[in-house]
Design a protein around this ligand. Structure first.
Ligand SMILES: [Fe+2]
Ligand SMILES: [Fe+2]
Ligand SMILES: [Fe+2]
Ligand SMILES: [Fe+2]
Length: 410
């Protein structure tokens, strides 16, 4: 049985989301981790058990997971309230997909509510879950006061703000709990140079089998987050994951390898969250400088996934997707001997998807037109000839159209 450290994978995903959040809210890196640490401490103070604390801390870590949807929604001209509600609703769907053993109802849905009912859904103190109120208070004081930079002498000021906002922004119970745990040691443990370590000790290990609904749920929603980054890539990762699953079935992979390939495909462009949308959506040719920025996305995918215990092979497959057999790929310039079958397969599927889907610089293409380009690349020794042949046979019936998601998932 192959297991992975979910807590550590989720931390890596949260780190990628943090990068998006800096651009959007000006909140600095590690925001998600700080909210998770504060919530875990509040959960402990309130006497919750390990499973409940894990669920609360993971929801806190991912409370802003629907950030890319929020950006798209604002860009589409939707008003702030509608965009905010969507951000909360999709964020809740994302954590629901993780199939926690304990109840996480409303934890993320109501993380922008105010105790006096003036939040987006008009939920008052006590009408939602206490956990949502805990995430709300941790989130709001961190965004407003940048806890990682706060000087010890400013702590009493924050405590006074919390007291003043009780009953207005914060519920009584959440404010009391926060005041109990927000002391000087806690504040110091949130600084950027120690937060990783703090997060490591405050979150319990959460180890799961790769073939569980939890992992599939995570793969699905992370792929969607990445895809939402740009209107032009809105089904890129989910389609590559679906095509990887389809090809894995074609090759009669055992369930474990199939699950691993699906996760690698879902996460392959994780680092794209750090690429500015105006570069991703640029209609014309990219400058050398812009292309260098795009190339960085794989390094980041590698860095984020490489930290996760149990994800070594998946990290390799995911971060080899722009390598070429003749060594002309990036970022590592690997050669054929260093690229295993699934790395080669993901490279081919990434190219297939990029060519067949609509992009700012080209319309969507049929299977036949897509194969012309893939065959040419195979003929010049860049990608695997046999895999290209298999893809041609297996995907022809879909003629460049979307594949359905794997049965039972998403
Ligand atoms: Fe939020
Ligand atoms: Fe936040
Ligand atoms: Fe990529
Ligand atoms: Fe890609």
């Amino acid at each position: 049985m192959a297991t992975i450290r979910m807590d550590s994978l989720i931390k890596s995903i949260a780190a990628a989301l943090d990068i998006v959040e800096i651009g959007l809210l000006g909140a600095s890196t590690n925001h998600g981790k700080r909210i998770a640490v504060l919530c875990a401490q509040m959960g402990k103070f309130l006497g919750k058990n390990t499973e409940e604390i894990t669920a609360l801390a993971v929801c806190a870590l991912l409370h802003d997971s629907a950030l890319t949807e929020y950006i798209i929604s604002e860009k589409a001209g939707e008003d702030h309230d509608t965009a905010m509600k969507k951000h909360c609703e999709i964020g809740q769907q994302n954590v629901d997909a993780l199939c926690f053993k304990t109840n996480v109802k409303d934890f993320v849905l109501y993380h922008h509510e105010h105790a006096d009912g003036s939040g987006p859904f008009g939920i008052r103190e006590g009408e939602g879950s206490l956990e949502a109120e805990l995430i709300t208070i941790a989130d709001s004081i961190d965004v407003a006061h940048h806890l990682q930079k706060l000087e010890p002498e400013e702590l009493p000021v924050i405590r006074n703000i919390i007291i003043n906002e009780t009953g207005k922004h914060y519920s009584k119970k959440a404010a009391q709990t926060m005041l109990e745990i927000l002391d000087l040691p806690t504040l110091l443990s949130l600084k950027d140079d120690v937060i990783k370590q703090t997060a490591l000790v405050s979150l319990s290990p959460w180890i799961v089998d790769i073939q569980t609904e939890t992992v599939f749920g995570l793969a699905g929603f992370v792929a969607k987050i990445i895809d939402y980054k740009s209107v032009f890539t809105k089904k890129h990762s989910t389609q590559i994951a679906d095509k990887a699953w389809f090809m894995g079935k074609y090759y009669q992979y055992k369930p474990q390898e199939l699950a691993e390939l699906y996760l690698a495909a879902s996460l392959h462009d994780l680092g794209k969250l750090a690429v500015p949308s105006d570069i991703l959506e640029k209609p014309g040719k990219l400058t050398d400088e812009e292309f260098e920025i795009i190339k960085q996305h794989i390094r980041l995918t590698w860095e984020l996934l490489n930290e996760v215990e149990g994800l070594e092979t998946i990290c390799q497959w995911a971060s080899n997707h722009h390598e070429k057999l003749d060594g002309s790929g990036y970022p590592f310039g690997k050669k054929a001997s260093e690229l295993d079958f699934n790395s080669r397969l993901l490279t081919c599927l990434d190219i297939y998807q990029a060519i067949s889907e609509e992009r700012p610089y080209h319309p969507g293409r049929s299977h036949g037109d897509t194969m012309l380009i893939l065959n040419e690349m195979a003929d010049t020794g860049k990608i695997d000839k046999d895999i290209v042949k298999d893809i041609n046979l297996a995907l022809a019936p879909y003629d460049g159209k979307d594949l359905p998601p794997p049965d039972n998932y998403r």
